[in-house]
Each structure stands twice: as structure tokens, then as C-alpha cells.
Ligand binder design. Structure first.
Ligand code: ADP
Ligand code: MG
Length: 647
């Protein structure tokens, strides 16, 4: 029958200066199931080193160690963690309890890493504490317990997953005589129940209680009585991992989350200050997305209101060109030619001149514009009184006019209705047929008073000219306005024999505006992301400090069976949690900013899009993962023995 534990010529050396010192010098030891062994030796003789190798916390430099026949050297980190978790139970001289957890929570830890279901775990922890006489102390923190009580809590923890082999390193070393005797009595009971108990001690009276005493001096065994017969008794074992894999994973995640939450709330002020960076970062990202979007939408809506499928055609080379030879380039025939194009929905001409308007004894200056009947439609104007002129009036050069509301107010301050009134435009009497309102937009309303006449009337009767100041072309829905633009130029250049007109295309203005706002927003977002990165570095910094502070905690967790990935996960979750809570607060802050802005800029239409919230969530999580990664990896890479030794 194979022995439970079997060491063969095990050596362990530590690097020291140029060479190395050998702490264990060829230890061969066999332990059968159910034995109670004392390993005795002077301080510094290598007892703890041997114990760490026995408990799979440490690996031998050479030689072989078999646990129930399996060579430990062939196992990877996770398999070793599993072995520690399921077969071994450690009891340390200084108890090594986690100070921010209660007794019951401390006892639970090995089962958390074993993936045991919560209720089952809790029940077992409470039952164990009760058996060890700590019924009334379950919810006390270690600092509220005496040394003997703390050691009993640590024994309960060692038994949590079964603890087939109990490894006790100087279990009574820090206790008074009476508490020491109690602990020894418990160890005797465990032996009786079938546990294998290995006690390390330098105290001969403690050692004398074991049935087999192995003596060690300077890393060598000097006395090794033969092992007793293997016991048949099997200690009760915790049934672990009975749940399906994904539920275990979920449970583990929830547990890590709870642990992270406890760790963070243990240090509230520091957590809050760390969060501040994230709060500011997320608030600026979200605010810029939200406010920037609102501003962009407003600008674009203004431009769209004018109509993106309209093209204005002007005589000359470009704006500001007043060369007389081009002044008269646009003719009525050009208008007719443009109107005949299949892709043109409507084309309205414009001839304008500054003229005096008179009504009774009121005399004002206004811009008189000759336009087509479609004009008001093209520019999205609404009529508060009357209507536009019809085709007949247009063809007959009818003497009718549409006023804008400012002109109406100037000329008819007290009249309820002005349709049908006759005014003088220049020297021509015309009948008012409507009042139209300009759409207010970001370009601002002009201060000019305006009056619109049929272009035929305007050109023929008022000005006596045969050319047009401009033509506004509206292309069919869905027709490419850039193409239309080119076609108009081509058409008119062909007709005139040279290029003497230019166009202004609303669509290209819209595209330019879109590009500009986009660039601006991108730039601002970059600034916001920089502030988020600064916040993330703050998180990284504090997590690194936290890992250093909690090195011993990490060592304890690893000793009771945490895998490197469990430790990584815990610290990563802590970082993400800080960032997510910070992100939530940041979103609230930016909500407040948005509401304040809304008070001052009511027509901005600031709204919280799900996109902004999603972005905040993703940014926070990413920041946490990105900046938590390095500290978490540092924690996961810690060597359990070294970590445990850290004060
Ligand atoms: P014991 O538990 O019997 O008092 P230890 O096993 O703790 O002794 O230590 C045995 C020897 O190994 C000591 O001389 C100690 O200085 C040395 N030692 C232990 N751990 C290390 C280490 N990590 N690096 C270097 N030397 C070590
Ligand atoms: Mg020691």
C-alpha cells in the first residue's frame, strides 16, 4: 500500500550571495494516513521549510515528494492549489486570520475557493465553530478574540474542506499553557477521527504527546522512528464542487465581488479619493459626448432647415465679384433651361433692390425681392396671413406683394388684417396678399425689412431689367447635389460660351460643418480621455499600494487553496469596481452639468442617449481592467511562502 506522504532525498536551497545555502539536506520521510507526528528541532533547523514542502506551498529543489502516490513535481500551480485546498489544512503559529473578516467568514474561505454553494458553506462553518466551542464568537473579528480562540478559528478553517492532513507549524508557540493544552486536545481528537496530524515544534513536552517524533538538526533528520500502521478511519469530507461549472464560476465571481467590496469599504476615504480621478474622467467624457452631440445637432438642424438639396446660382466668378461684364449673366432663359432639367424640382429666380415702401404717411426703406411662387416653400417659411402668389399672377406681372412680419409691423402698426391693403413699392402701387415669417436660424434674422414680389413684376415693372440676381435651384429628393451642381455649371457655361456663374451648395456647407464639429468633438474627447487615463493611473497606483499592504492576506488565501487566477480575479474586480462606482458617480455629475446647461441654453435639446451611458460603462470597465491588470498580476505572481512571511 502506498504511503500518504513520501519524501525521498528532498533538498531545498536558497540563493545567498554568489552561491546558495542548503536548508534541507536530503530529507527522506514517510507518513502513513492517520498518523500523529511531531517534527522537533532547534530554531532555524529547517522545520518550517519542510512543512511548506509537505503542504505543497513550496517545492523541493531536488528529490521527490509524492502525495498518495502522485509526484508533486509534475503538478502545475492550479493543481497544487487544488491539493492544498482539498487535502491539507494549515495551522500557523500566528493564526494568520484575515483581520477584516469575521470568524465565520474566515472559516469559509477554503470552501469559497473550492466552489461550494453558499448556504452549505455557511452551515458547515458554523457547525465547525460550534464544535470547537466558539458558538458565541462566530461574528467576532479576530481582533476581538483571544489567542486561543483565534487558533481554534484557524483549526476550523483547516477543517473546512476536510483537512485530511493537518499541518500545524508551532500551533502552541504563541499561546499560554492552558490555551496550548486546549489546542493539543483538539489535535488529538482530530487524530482520533482519522486525520493525519503533523505538528512542528521546538517544545519537547508538546512533541511527547505524538506517537512518533522525528528530530531534525541543520536540515538533516537525525532520528526517524518507523511509521505506524496506516489507519482505516476516513475523516469526514466536505462534498465540494457539486454544482455545474458555470454556476461555480458565477458563484466565484460573486464571492470575489463581495470580497472586493469589503476590501474597498475598509478604506473608504482612500477609495473615494482614488475614485475622484475616475469621476472627473468619466464626467468629462460623457459631458463632451452629450453636450457636443447637442451642439452638433443644432448646427446641422439649422443648415438642414434651409434645405440641403438647394443650390444657389449667382453671376460672376465668386462672392464679392462686381465686374460689370458678369453682372447681367443670369437671364430668364437660363431659368427656363434649368427648369427643364429632369432632376430639377423647382427653380426660383431672385432679383432684388433696396427700395422705399410707403403707406399713408409712413415711409420705410426695405429690400424688395422678385421671387418665384415656390420661394417661400424652398426656404421653409410660414404664412401668418394670406398666401403666396399664383402662376397667373406671376405670368401677368401682377402688382402684388408678400411682406415679412417686421415690415408689416412698421407699415401697419394698428391693423388687425393687412391683406388687400395697397402700398407703394418704389413708385409702383401693389396689393398686399400675405405676410410670411422667416425661419429664425443660427445665421440670425437680417435687420432689413423685406418685401417679396413676383420676379416678373419686379424685373419688368419695378426695375425695368432683363437679368436676374440669382437663381435658387431645388433638386429632386435623392439626387446627388454635387452632381447637380456640376451639371448646372456645365449647362450655363455652354449657354453663355464661358463660365460666368458660380454656385453655392447647401449640402457642401453641411458637410463642411459636419466635418468641423466632428473634428472639434474628437479633439475634446481626446482631452477627456486623457483625464480618464490620469484617473486610471491613480487607480493603478492605489492598487499597487494595496497589493503591497495585503501581501500577507494574499499568502493566506493561497495557503488555503486560492489559485493564482482567483487572486488575479479578486484584484481585477476591485479595480473594476472602483472604476464602475466612479463611473456611476461621474455620470451623475455630468447629468447635473447637463441639467445646468439646459437651464441656460434651453434650445440646445441636451438629451442622455443610451450610447453615452453605454460609453461611460465601457470606459469605466476598460479603465479598471487596463489599470488594474498590472497590480493584479503582481498579486497573482506572489510566492505563497514569501507572502506569508511578510509582516
Ligand atoms: P525553523 O522553522 O526550523 O525555525 P526555517 O525552516 O524557517 O527554520 O528556516 C531554516 C533556515 O532556512 C534558516 O536558517 C533560514 O534563515 C533559512 N531560510 C528560510 N527561508 C529562507 C528564504 N526564503 N531565503 C533564504 N533563507 C531562508
Ligand atoms: Mg519555523
Amino acid at each position: 500500500m502506498t504511503a500518504l506522504l513520501e519524501l525521498r532525498d528532498v533538498r531545498r536551497s536558497y540563493p545567498s550571495g554568489d552561491g546558495s545555502v542548503e536548508v534541507l539536506k536530503g530529507i527522506s520521510l514517510t507518513v502513513n494516513a492517520g498518523e500523529m507526528i511531531a517534527i522537533i528541532g532547534a530554531s532555524g533547523s529547517g522545520k518550517s521549510t519542510l512543512m511548506n514542502i509537505l503542504g505543497c506551498l513550496d517545492k523541493a529543489s531536488s528529490g521527490s515528494y509524492r502525495v498518495a502516490g502522485a509526484d508533486v513535481a509534475t503538478l502545475d500551480g492550479d493543481a497544487l492549489a487544488r491539493l492544498r485546498r482539498e487535502h491539507f489544512g494549515f495551522i500557523f503559529q500566528r493564526y494568520h486570520l484575515l483581520s477584516h473578516l469575521t470568524a465565520a467568514q474566515n472559516v469559509e474561505i477554503p470552501a469559497v475557493y473550492a466552489g461550494t454553494e453558499r448556504r452549505q458553506r455557511l452551515a458547515r462553518a458554523r457547525a465547525l465553530l460550534q464544535q470547537l466551542g466558539l458558538d458565541a464568537r462566530q461574528d467576532y473579528q479576530p481582533s476581538q478574540l483571544s489567542g486561543g480562540q483565534q487558533q481554534r478559528v484557524s483549526i476550523a478553517r483547516a477543517l473546512m474542506n476536510g483537512g485530511q492532513v493537518i499541518l500545524a507549524d508551532e500551533p502552541t508557540g504563541a499561546l499560554d499553557t492552558r490555551s496550548g493544552e486546549e489546542v493539543m486536545a483538539i489535535l488529538h481528537q482530530l487524530k482520533a477521527q482519522g486525520h493525519t496530524v503533523i505538528i512542528v515544534t521546538h517544545d519537547p513536552t508538546v512533541a511527547a504527546q505524538a506517537e512518533r517524533i522525528v528530530e531534525i538538526r541543520d536540515g538533516e533528520i537525525i532520528s526517524n522512528p518507523p511509521p505506524g500502521a496506516p489507519s482505516q478511519a476516513v475523516p469526514e469530507k466536505m462534498v465540494a464542487g457539486s454544482e455545474p461549472g458555470w454556476r461555480q464560476l458565477l458563484g466565484g465571481f460573486r464571492e470575489a465581488l463581495a470580497m472586493a467590496w469589503r476590501a474597498l469599504s475598509a478604506n473608504k476615504m482612500r477609495t473615494l479619493l482614488t475614485m475622484l480621478g475616475i469621476i472627473i474622467g468619466i464626467a468629462s467624457v460623457v459631458s463632451i459626448v452629450v453636450v457636443g452631440d447637442a451642439a452638433k445637432q443644432m448646427v446641422l438642424a439649422d443648415i438642414r432647415a434651409i434645405g440641403t438639396n438647394t443650390i444657389d446660382v449667382y453671376p460672376g466668378k465668386d462672392f464679392g465679384d462686381d465686374e460689370p461684364q458678369y453682372q447681367q449673366a443670369l437671364k430668364y432663359d437660363d431659368l427656363l433651361a434649368i427648369q427643364k432639367q429632369p432632376w430639377v424640382r423647382s427653380a426660383t429666380p431672385a432679383v432684388s433692390k433696396s427700395l422705399r415702401l410707403r403707406y399713408n404717411n409712413i415711409d420705410v426703406s426695405a429690400s424688395a425681392e422678385g421671387v418665384g411662387a415656390q420661394y417661400f416653400n424652398v426656404y421653409g417659411m410660414t404664412f401668418s396671413e394670406g398666401n403666396t402668389f399664383n402662376e397667373v399672377q406671376l405670368n401677368d406681372r401682377a402688382q402684388v406683394a408678400v411682406l415679412d412680419s417686421n415690415t408689416r409691423r412698421q407699415l401697419f402698426p394698428d391693423k388687425a388684417s393687412v391683406v388687400g391693403q395697397v402700398i407703394l413699392v418704389g413708385n409702383i402701387p401693389v396689393t398686399v396678399i400675405g405676410v410670411a415669417d422667416e425661419k429664425p436660424g443660427m445665421f440670425g434674422s437680417s435687420k432689413l425689412l423685406r418685401v417679396w414680389l413676383p420676379y416678373t413684376t419686379m424685373a419688368g415693372r419695378v426695375m425695368g431689367q432683363s437679368w436676374l440676381n440669382s437663381i435658387t435651384v431645388r433638386v429632386n429628393e435623392g439626387y446627388d447635389s454635387a452632381l447637380a451642381d456640376r451639371q448646372i455649371i456645365q449647362l450655363l457655361s455652354l449657354r453663355h460660351g464661358k463660365k460666368d456663374v458660380f454656385t453655392m451648395n447647401m449640402d457642401s456647407i453641411l458637410k463642411t460643418a459636419e466635418r468641423t464639429t466632428h473634428t472639434l468633438q474628437l479633439f475634446l474627447t481626446l482631452v477627456a480621455i486623457i483625464s480618464l487615463v490620469v484617473g486610471g493611473i491613480g487607480v493603478m497606483n492605489i492598487m499597487l499600494v494595496s497589493v503591497t499592504e495585503r501581501t500577507r492576506e494574499i499568502g493566506i488565501r493561497m495557503a488555503v487553496g486560492a489559485r493564482a487566477s482567483d487572486v488575479l480575479m479578486q484584484f481585477l474586480i476591485e479595480a473594476v469596481l472602483v472604476c464602475l462606482v466612479g463611473g456611476a458617480l461621474g455620470v451623475s455629475l455630468s447629468l447635473m452639468i447637463a441639467f445646468t446647461l439646459q437651464l441656460f441654453l434651453p434650445d440646445w435639446g441636451i438629451g442622455f442617449s443610451p450610447l453615452a451611458l453605454l460609453m461611460a460603462f465601457i470606459c469605466s470597465t476598460l479603465t479598471g481592467v487596463l489599470f488594474g491588470w498590472l497590480p493584479a498580476r503582481n498579486a497573482a505572481r506572489l510566492d505563497p511562502v514569501e507572502a506569508l512571511a511578510r509582516e
